[in-house]
Design a protein around this ligand. Structure first.
Ligand code: NG1
Ligand code: MG
Length: 518
């Protein structure tokens, strides 16, 4: 499917937001003209996302269920002509105090340099540009270097807040770079695949959920993303219920700065789940270590499929019946309990001994490109989270796709069941995956006590955002509870504007697009 091109804001934003979006759009065009003395040629757009369920399992290649939100990144672009000399990129932001203007030349090789150690907003543009350049080289014969561009950025996804401003920025940048270099028909899957790989240039060894959620969704649908046998996404419309499913997002305002925390948080988790997969394969004496598309080349899903194919004679585990797949996940969670018994974690020595490789080899293969710091690796807890979370996603999908008839009236039972899966995710994140924090736990507790059916952190965790399934008539209750018990207590000087930013009630939005400018 192609990334759509449109000239109508109504194709992208809900009716209630149109007036505000129109004002934003006009101001973007006006500032562009003031900054660069001309009109932009087009505007590329990509939204943020909230993950409904399926946390930290995308890079293990298990299915996840995020949805796009209305908040997004807009890049207004004017393309330089080839004759205008060296390819220069000029980048400005509608909030120049927060995000300073930058200018750089694309080197003759065509590949811009990114320093992942610095937290620099234009790195996200560069990583999109790099990915696009690579794709353009495959698509256009003799392509080497992107043309220059003047760009004005306007992002409404809060940064460091768990709503994936980074993927929104990278996807919008890659899309802008493709379009500026003559690609008028951009394939959504190609865009997502390049954005997944190129976002890793900023130093986080991430999975593919965020980029999928930013590009693929159609208005009004959540997105069921699969990573095997290849990346694919299915739009999932919510069931028509008397009181519609309402997801409320609340920020903790604890900034999860991945640049600082990655070696002990995100990137370490990627290493732990990979080591868990390798250990289980070894323990069960699997002959095949199927190399796969996980960030470190081997995943728990890779182990999962190999185990059932080899040990239980399943012909192609990707085709296994859905109910059987759920049974497999339960089985694997039990196997972890038995075969990875060490609650206190595993040392490098212990792992290298079981795997039968030297510590140096293990470090070189799995801990060098994205460095990590740890004495002990909590393989038991991480693998338990992954298998049970993958199972929760499937149960959630079952409930969404075939709500029992008795649920369709008041649908309380359905909401309760969905909510309880979300609550279980939060427990697992807190107790097994260790990616919650006291503030996120507190937001969840408060919401449940004010009527939410289900509450959990969303995104990477360690701060950032939480998501809550709340009956429509309780939304106000929950909001007030957070305001009085969390925001006003923690941040006594909080402004009304900031409070508005803190809590978002969001319906599923639509994915990336290009706006033509008349
Ligand atoms: P955040 O930090 O919320 O953007 C990250 C990863 C995802 C996924 C989630 C956890 C990036 C770009 N994204 O999301 O791929 O693994 O954490 O489920 O790092
Ligand atoms: Mg991110």
């Amino acid at each position: 499917m192609e990334v759509p091109t449109t000239t109508s804001l109504a194709d992208v934003y809900p009716e209630t937001a149109l007036k505000a979006q129109k004002d934003r759009w006009n101001s973007l065009l006006k500032t562009f003209k003031e900054t660069y003395g001309k009109e932009p040629d087009f505007v590329s757009r990509s939204p943020g996302r909230v993950n409904i369920i399926g946390e930290h399992i995308d890079y293990c290649l298990y299915e996840v269920l995020p949805m796009a939100i209305a908040a997004d990144v807009l890049l207004a672009v004017s393309v330089h002509k080839k004759e205008e000399g060296p390819s220069t990129i000029r980048l400005t932001n509608v909030h120049p105090q927060k995000f300073e203007s930058r200018e750089f030349n694309i080197p003759d090789t065509g590949d811009v340099h990114i320093d992942p150690k610095t937290l620099e907003w234009t790195n996200y543009f560069k990583s999109g540009l790099l990915g696009a350049t690579e794709l353009l080289r495959k698509k256009q014969k003799g392509f080497k270097q992107s043309v220059g561009m003047d760009i004005l950025a306007d992002g409404t996804v809060p940064s460091g807040g768990g709503l994936s401003s980074s993927a929104a920025f990278v996807c919008a940048s890659a899309l802008a770079s493709l379009k500026a270099n003559g690609e008028d028909h951009v394939d959504k899957k190609e865009l997502v695949e390049l954005a997944i790989v190129s976002e890793r240039n900023v130093g986080v060894n991430s999975g593919g959920m965020d980029q999928s959620a930013s590009v693929f969704p159609l208005q009004g649908s959540a997105l069921y993303v699969s990573f095997v046998p290849e990346l694919s996404a299915k739009n999932i419309a919510f069931p028509e219920l008397k009181s519609p499913l309402t997801f409320v997002i609340a920020q903790s305002f604890v900034a999860a700065d991945k640049h600082v925390t990655a070696p002990v948080c995100y990137n370490l988790r990627v290493v732990e789940v990979t080591l868990a997969a390798l250990m289980l394969s070894k323990i069960f004496g699997l002959k095949t270590l199927k190399p796969d598309a996980g960030p470190l080349g081997y995943s728990l899903r890779g182990f999962h499929d190999a185990y059932f194919e080899e040990k239980q004679g399943v012909e192609d585990n990707h085709k296994v019946f859905k109910a059987d797949f759920q049974e497999q996940l339960k089985d694997l969670a039990e196997k972890v309990d038995q075969y990875l018994p060490q609650k206190e974690g595993y040392t490098r020595e212990q792992i290298s001994e079981i795997l039968g490789i030297s510590i140096e080899e293990m470090e070189t293969k799995y801990m060098k490109k994205f460095p990590i710091r740890a004495e002990r690796f909590m393989l038991r807890q991480r693998a338990t989270h992954v298998f049970t979370e993958a199972l929760r996603v499937l149960k959630f999908m079952d409930l969404l796709s075939s709500p029992a008839p008795q649920n369709l009236g008041e649908n309380t039972e359905l909401l309760k069941s969905l909510g309880s899966l979300m609550n279980d995710t939060q427990d697992s994140c807190r107790d097994q995956f260790d990616n919650s924090c006291p503030e996120l736990d507190e937001l969840c507790q408060l919401a449940r006590s004010a009527g939410a059916y289900g509450s959990r952190l969303t995104g990477a965790g360690w701060g950032g955002c939480s998501v809550h399934l709340v009956p429509e008539d309780k939304v106000e209750n929950v909001k007030q509870k957070w305001i009085s018990e969390y925001y006003k207590k923690k941040f006594p000087d909080i402004t009304d504007e900031k409070l508005q930013e803190a809590i978002i009630v969001s319906k599923p939005g639509c994915g990336s697009c290009v706006f033509g400018v008349d």
